[in-house]
Design a protein around this ligand. Structure first.
Ligand SMILES: Cc1cc2nc3c(=O)[nH]c(=O)nc-3n(C[C@H](O)[C@H](O)[C@H](O)COP(=O)(O)O)c2cc1C
Length: 226
């Protein structure tokens, strides 16, 4: 396909600016006092929604030492001990950023439900034993993939990656126990605030935000203008 034919099929500026939907009548009068209970109920509804693929996919934003923000999708794998856990490579760009600045945001964009949940908090590495426990539940090919990837490092060719994967697959053939790579594990994001957004008619959306009082450790629930 040439650039010209690609352009022919492209949206016009007017078509892009006209892209909008009006949101629903279903409101968000209130939420339970416990933000985790509210989150679990929305996650459960998102997972049950056939239009939403990977309801546990969330956008993680980090601030690197160079002052640059970077953002990417990761998968939520646990909600426990007051935090939200995902797994990654501890040598990746995101991990380097979190070592320097553990303040992060997480965003669940559940557009088909006219909902989003945004979380800001502090990322902490979880115990290696906890990472090992989760790693052992991953499919063999993904375990091998974790060994094969120097996540975020420059890669000369696709071939190099596949050779590395093959090498690891020969070392730990399918059916054998694949050990946890020393550079791979989880982070738990301990939230400071969690905001629930529900789209409403006339752009009068509902925004309810739980905010943690650091001295009492209690959550306050406040409503904000949309
Ligand atoms: C749906 C989806 C799920 C993903 N889940 C993860 C994940 O759980 N962990 C992870 O390290 N990368 C995950 N990725 C890849 C990341 O978005 C990203 O490309 C990678 O972690 C490297 O990011 P970094 O260089 O900013 O560290 C996922 C990507 C997508 C699109």
């Amino acid at each position: 396909m040439t650039l010209d034919t690609a352009m022919d099929n492209s949206l016009t500026r007017a078509e892009i600016s006209a892209m909008r939907r009006s949101y629903g009548e279903a409101g968000l009068e209130t939420l339970p006092a416990d933000p985790f209970a509210a989150f679990m109920s929305w996650l459960t509804e998102a997972r049950a929604n056939p239009v939403i693929v990977e309801a546990n996919a969330m956008v993680l934003s980090t601030l690197g030492g160079d002052g640059d923000i970077s953002t990417r999708t990761v998968l939520l794998k646990d909600v426990s001990e007051g935090g939200f856990t995902f797994f990654t490579n501890y040598s990746s760009r995101k991990s380097h950023a979190m070592e320097i600045n553990p303040q992060v945001t997480l965003l669940f964009p559940w557009y088909p439900m006219e909902r989003q949940v945004s979380i800001s908090g502090t990322a902490e590495k979880i115990a290696q034993s906890e990472s090992a426990e989760y790693f052992a539940t991953r499919p063999w090919a993904s375990q091998i993939g974790a060994w094969a990837s120097h996540q975020s490092a420059p890669l000369a060719s696709r071939e190099e990656l596949e050779q590395r994967w093959q090498g690891a697959a020969e070392k730990w053939p399918e059916g054998t126990e694949v050990p946890l790579p020393p550079y791979w594990g989880g982070y738990r994001v301990m939230p400071k605030n969690i905001e629930f957004w529900q789209g409403r008619y006339s752009r009068l959306h509902d925004r309810l935000r739980y905010e943690l009082d650091a001295t009492t450790n209690n959550w306050a629930l406040n409503r904000y203008y949309p």
